[in-house]
Ligand binder design. Sequence first.
Ligand code: OAD
Length: 252
Amino acid sequence: MRVLVITGAGVSAESGIPTFRGKDGFWRNFDPAKLATPEAFARDPKLVWEWYHERRQRIRNAQPNAAHQAISKLAQHANEFLLVTQNVDDLHARAGIPKEKMVQIHGDIFVTKCSRCDFRRRDYEQEHPPSVAAATYGAAGEHEQRDVVPRCPECDALMRPGVVWFGEQLPLNELRRVENYFDRGRCDLVIVAGTTATFGYIIDWALRASRHGGELIEVNPEETPLSQFATRLVREPAAVALPLLVNQLIEL
Ligand code: OAD
């Protein structure tokens, strides 16, 4: 069985990570859609860093849920498998999906990259906690240390989270990996879970992968623009639906 799974924020919701467009999505009254932009970073890099700092902390304290575990189980049982996730958290990885079977199409929140040059590093924030960053890069005062925006050790420009912001290009390497998977054959099964499928490429990938008779299953308590194309709709939370669904599929 050749499988494609596409996930979004709803899959991590039951791990306590707020979705973008859900009721808990707002942070300090800011709309995430307005914070996750190059313009917001240019205007107020400290604010954007603080938002990402808090999100990283929340993710570090969270655990993968039954939906992440079920997807990993499916990955083990499928002959060929690719997970394309829009989530920048590491919960799929911690649930055991190997790197080569996963594409994080919107980047990785634990990567920090330079806003100007190619410098990038994973876990930069942990290696350079705010107090060290302040000592290295100079902060106005002790009380401001938490707000320090680190600077690139190579070119001194501001560092930024290694995620895709609104209006930015998707990472080319990751796009290529998705295309390569499509080029190698059609899918028997496509599962799209926990995403509003706002972006055209998500719908496009789901339809392309399933178009030659593959099943297209949507797992989402709410209707989305993809629902009309699904061959099966599961209107339940992912952590409830996916373990049952995966067990059914494996038994088949
Ligand atoms: P959204 O916040 O847009 O949507 C979350 C989806 O999950 C909604 O369709 C909910 O109905 C559904 N949902 C909520 N709880 C669920 C649960 N327990 N089980 C299953 N589904 C549940 O998040 P995404 O679709 O992931 O991009 O958003 C896509 C992208 O838009 C994000 O990656 C981010 C955002 O802006 C960038 O930052 C580039």
